[in-house]
Design a protein around this ligand. Structure first.
Ligand SMILES: C[S@@+](CC[C@H](N)C(=O)[O-])C[C@H]1O[C@@H](n2cnc3c(N)ncnc32)[C@H](O)[C@@H]1O
Length: 263
């Protein structure tokens, strides 16, 4: 069953209606006329929980029953890039030992903040590919990475260079040639949320919350020339469950850490 329909803001231009049709095709669903209807009415009429609204400002996804609202924004990417520029560094980049020209596969793209920081560091000579399984999150990221207006120009360029795809990383990894990337990265949904991460709440609700298993890491180790990096909450049981030796790097808060596994 399709879980969403696409519509426009009220009184749409022909251009917005055409964009709504394109979004519907990309998401494998239908576009419906907004008319004077409230979003809750459209959701009820169409028997779906979600409505993606194509408006002049940005596409926004709503689930009226729970007041969930989701749109693309690059979260802390700009601040993190500023930290790197001003010599304060970034723990994810440290864990990846990332430098200009490197190639990164981000298996859990989400809102792409991590991918944007990685893309800025690897620069135009490098490559970042981002994979996201959940269609609405993936399509928002694919469009947002191309269209989101942001300054300075080097951050916008880092966003535009990312190659983002809607796919399941298990499938993508199994079709990827050996040693295709320097680093393969996973940032799975934590089993217990960090209370302060309010910005991530809508993403958390929509996301696939499958934990990263040993099988996916095994495949990632085939694909990664230098290492697999996994972000986790401190105190996770994951490291003890894995049959690999894991080096731990502290994260940006005392509650986050990165596990680095070498091939
Ligand atoms: C915590 S979020 C990642 C946030 C991201 N690092 C960022 O900077 O915005 C985890 C994402 O991985 C996605 N995901 C989970 N399992 C996946 C899979 N098998 N293949 C691709 N994406 C997956 C989830 O839907 C979610 O969007």
């Amino acid at each position: 069953m399709c879980r969403l329909v696409v519509t426009t803001s009220r009184n749409p231009t022909a251009e917005l209606r055409a964009q709504a049709e394109q979004w519907a095709r990309r998401l494998g669903t239908k576009s419906v006329a907004r008319s004077a209807r409230r979003l809750a009415t459209i959701a009820a009429d169409e028997n779906v929980p979600g409505v993606l609204v194509i408006g002049a400002a940005r596409p926004t996804y709503y689930e009226p029953a729970s007041s969930l609202e989701y749109f693309f924004h690059p979260s802390m990417a700009k601040v993190r890039i500023h930290n790197i520029k001003t010599g304060r560094g970034d723990p994810m980049i440290t864990a990846m030992s990332l430098t200009g020209g490197d190639q990164v596969l981000d298996c859990t793209l989400g809102r792409a903040a991590d991918a944007i920081v990685a893309s800025w560091v690897v620069g135009p000579r490098g490559k970042v590919v981002g994979i996201e399984k959940v269609p609405i999150i993936a399509q928002m990221a694919i469009a947002g990475l191309q269209d989101y207006e942001i300054s300075p120009a080097d951050v916008a360029e880092a966003m535009r260079r990312i190659k983002a795809y809607q796919a399941d990383y298990n499938e993508y990894l199994s079709n990827c040639p050996d040693n295709e990337f320097d680093i393969v990265y996973f940032d799975p949904i934590f089993d217990e949320p960090l209370e302060r991460s309010l910005a991530i709440v809508p993403l958390r609700v929509l996301a696939d919350d499958e934990p990263v298993g040993a099988g996916a890491i095994e495949q990632a180790l085939q694909v990664a020339r230098r290492g697999v990096v996994i972000k986790q909450r401190v105190g996770t049981g994951l490291w003890d469950e894995l049959p690999f030796s894991v080096e731990l790097i502290s994260g940006s808060s005392s509650r986050i850490e990165y596990g680095v596994i070498k091939p």
